[in-house]
Ligand binder design. Structure first.
Ligand SMILES: C[S@@+](CC[C@H](N)C(=O)[O-])C[C@H]1O[C@@H](n2cnc3c(N)ncnc32)[C@H](O)[C@@H]1O
Length: 307
């Protein structure tokens, strides 16, 4: 297991970060295996670790993170054109919030999920979800025995290309390979509901630059947000973009609620998980609020149709 690399403010140097050209399981351990009990303290009750939809969805406008997360999952269900009699894969399924929604709330008969995190997989097993098969597997080696009717992937594409690959211009090839695999795993007529963080602009002041580097290199090593144009370019050979909607302010509100919940448990987190964990997550979530506010980053949801 790799430990988190702490970069004090003002001391960021990407060349000393041990950057690799392929993101791997050790990176995922840093981001997701702190402790399931830690994430349970400040995520919604089903532990979605991605933006919710506060303004629309079947439950209507809401202030509640729990309801807004259900709105998000319902919108992606519709983007994937899902029905209960289908076989569906969630690529990068986290702690199983969407698997639970699909199987328990929507009665989908054959629900599959892959994650690279052992801790997330343990949580999914703990939930004993009906009709769900989850495994710890890298999408690069995943080969389903039966093709899927639909796909969903919620903020996983960001883990596919490393910052080094983006700098070398190799990332479009990585994203294209991801979309090619997704195409191969599906039946003709399949839809793919995709959600990604977008990198929109670069900060111009030192604090914001360092805080963005903290998110990239300390919190999510090996990952990098995508540009909307890059998704369009790399998906288009395999998937037709039927619908796309950006939702920057929804992610701002999600991060603000996560931060508030984290701070609400400050002493407990410091005592149980250590001072550094609290400080790193406090800085990261504060930086995310700023980043969505200032449009350094945004969020997009897409409905893709197999070509
Ligand atoms: C930001 S989390 C999102 C989790 C979940 N979709 C949600 O909405 O809460 C990213 C997920 O992608 C998974 N992941 C990252 N790289 C992966 C890879 N190479 N193969 C499979 N899953 C991967 C992580 O394990 C994690 O579950």
């Amino acid at each position: 297991m790799r430990t988190r690399m702490h970069v004090p403010p003002g001391q960021f140097n990407p060349d000393s970060q041990g950057e690799k050209t392929v993101s791997n399981k050790a990176d995922i351990t840093v981001s997701y295996d702190v402790s399931n009990d830690f994430f349970r303290l400040w995520l919604d009750e089903r532990m979605n670790y991605t933006s919710a939809n506060f303004d629309d969805g079947p439950n209507g406008p809401t202030e509640s993170l729990e309801i807004a997360q259900m709105n998000k999952l319902a919108i992606l269900y519709d983007y994937a054109h899902l029905r209960p009699d289908m076989r569906v894969l969630d690529i990068g399924c986290g702690w199983g919030a969407n698997l639970q929604y699909l199987s328990a709330d929507r009665g989908v008969r054959d629900v599959h999920g892959i994650t690279l995190s052992d801790a997330q997989h343990q949580e999914i097993l703990r939930r004993r979800l009906p009709n769900v098969v989850a495994s710890v597997c890298d999408y690069r080696t995943y080969e389903p025995s039966v093709k899927f009717d639909a796909l969903i992937s919620i903020c996983m594409l960001e883990h596919t290309a490393t910052p080094a690959q983006v700098r070398a211009g190799e990332h479009i090839g990585v994203y294209r390979d991801y979309f090619r695999r997704a195409h191969r795993w599906t039946q003709p007529g399949a839809y793919f509901a995709l959600q990604t963080i977008l990198r929109n602009s670069i900060p111009r002041n030192r604090k914001d630059i360092e805080d963005m580097a903290h998110i990239t290199y300390t919190m999510f090593p090996g990952g990098f947000a995508v540009r909307l144009s890059e998704v369009m370019e790399s998906a288009s050979r395999y998937w037709e973009v039927v619908e796309v909607k950006t939702r920057r302010l929804d992610y701002l509100r999600t991060c603000a609620q996560w931060l508030e919940r984290l701070r609400g448990h400050e002493q407990r987190i410091r005592d149980r998980f250590g001072e550094r964990i609290f400080e790193e997550y406090d800085r990261y979530l504060s930086a995310c609020v700023t980043a969505f506010e200032k449009n350094y980053v945004s969020l997009a949801q897409y409905s893709l149709k197999r070509i």
